[in-house]
Design a protein around this ligand. Structure first.
Ligand code: SAH
Ligand code: SF4
Length: 411
């Protein structure tokens, strides 16, 4: 049993709250350059002829320097800073909770106000440090409309889509907390190369189906990869989908990030049960969309995620079928040990079964890392994220810890 270091003492909470937080003013975070220019001009504080220049300045402060308070933008006049602060917000969500796992994984619970987007929401974001990289797992929706039978998020109804601001704010706030923006004394204009960053990679693998919130996800990811701002390489951004076939080509053409497909089964009968969206977009259509993915090459492979469910999809015949199904697609296969949750009927495959499965697909020429479960002591693993409205009751949490101690699903 691992120990959770919980930093949410009352003092810390106050410290988080003391930071500039989101007010009921419109935010400049998550807008395209054109939208930001329009917002500045419409507010009456920036004349049209200055809009482009001001957008450039603000973009740098927001996305290179990571400031969350107009007062810190020292190359902008005091009057303009005050006017901007009166009209707009660039604050961060409230950090309700921050947990650090014994393996260094961090999980935050962020609270966003309602704004124009419906009701206030709380979402979890996870940071996973590894040798040579740090990955941030971002959510796109609160809850999910889909009902994959092995996924905890799938038991929760969709509360609402996140806005582009809320998607991007997960990255900005994580970088704040990790000290991942340039120091004040870093020369103006410095863009920190991805290799030197704590958050070097992002994966859209938190709560929700990103392709059911396409426009907001697209905007946020284009800002995250913008070369004059956050400048994460698109090769370091992975979008995971359960298989929303009609949006797959657009993802490649309009966003251009790496694609991951939650496959989990190699025949329609089983996939209909595990990933019910398969009934709308069956395997032959999904595979065709993957083969046609814009930019696909041996250097830019699609990752196929495959959750290992005991006696459901983990036989050697399944491994053979998987290799056959993916023939001809530049692919990586990511085997995910099933993460249990209270009330699930599934169990994780035995370790030997997972290794035998992995050996088969390795021998067939596929890189097939087994995703090591991370942050299990703080319930930060795939499929375990839920929003505050549906968070586990204490009894459920204890039941889950007992399941883990008993070894169910341990990788
Ligand atoms: N909705 C998107 C992205 C979020 S889920 C999608 O389905 O792809 C991220 C990954 O975690 C998916 O591959 C999903 O199938 C997997 N996952 C969900 N619940 C899980 C669980 N309990 N154990 C292991 N993996 C799980
Ligand atoms: Fe939604 Fe993805 Fe979970 Fe399926 S696996 S219910 S698509 S979050």
């Amino acid at each position: 049993m691992t120990l959770t270091l919980d930093l949410t003492t009352p003092d810390r909470r106050d410290a988080f709250r003391a930071k500039p937080s989101l007010a009921e003013k419109p935010s400049l975070i998550g807008l395209t350059r054109a939208e930001m220019g329009e917002a500045l001009v419409a507010s009456g504080i920036v004349p049209e002829r200055q809009a482009k220049m001001r957008v450039q300045q603000l973009w740098h402060w927001l996305y290179v320097r990571g400031v969350s308070d107009f007062a810190d933008m020292f190359n902008i006049s005091k009057d303009l800073r005050a006017a901007l602060a009166k009209h707009f917000s660039i604050g961060r969500p409230e950090i309700v909770e921050e947990q650090i796992s014994s393996d260094g994984t961090r999980k935050w619970l962020f609270r966003f106000p309602a704004r124009g987007a419906g009701r206030p929401v709380e979402i979890e974001t996870v940071y996973i440090p590894e040798e040579g990289r740090g990955t941030l797992c971002i959510s796109s929706q609160v809850g999910c409309t889909l009902t994959c039978s092995f996924c905890h998020t799938g038991t929760q109804k969709l509360v609402r889509n996140l806005t582009s601001e809320e998607i991007l704010a997960q990255l900005l706030t994580a970088r704040d907390r990790l000290g991942d923006f340039p120091d004040r004394d870093t020369p103006d204009g410095a863009i920190v190369p991805a290799e030197g960053r704590k958050v070097s990679n992002i994966v859209m693998m938190g709560m929700g189906e990103p392709l059911y919130n396409f426009e907001a996800v697209k905007k946020a990811l284009l800002i995250a990869s913008d070369g004059d701002g956050l400048s994460l390489s698109k090769r370091r951004i992975t979008l995971s989908t359960s298989g929303v076939v009609p949006e797959i080509a657009r993802t490649g053409a309009e966003i251009g990030v790496m694609l991951a497909i939650s496959l989990h089964a190699t025949n329609d009968d089983l996939r209909d049960l595990l990933v019910p969206i398969n009934k709308n977009f069956p395997l032959n259509e999904l595979i065709a969309a993957c083969k046609a993915y814009p930019g696909l090459s041996n250097a830019k492979r699609i990752t196929f995620e495959y959750v290992m469910l005991k006696d459901v999809n983990d036989s050697l015949d399944d491994a053979k079928a998987l290799v056959k199904l993916l023939r001809g697609i530049p692919a990586k296969i990511n085997l995910i040990p099933f993460n249990p949750w209270p009330g699930t009927n599934y169990q994780c495959s035995d370790w030997e079964t997972i290794e035998r499965f992995a050996d088969y697909i390795n021998n067939a020429g596929y890189a097939s890392p087994i995703r090591t479960p991370r942050g299990r002591d703080i319930l930060a693993a795939c499929g375990q994220l839920k929003s505050e409205s549906e968070r586990m009751k204490k009894t459920e949490r204890l039941a889950l810890e007992a399941m883990m101690i008993a070894g169910h699903g341990e990788g």
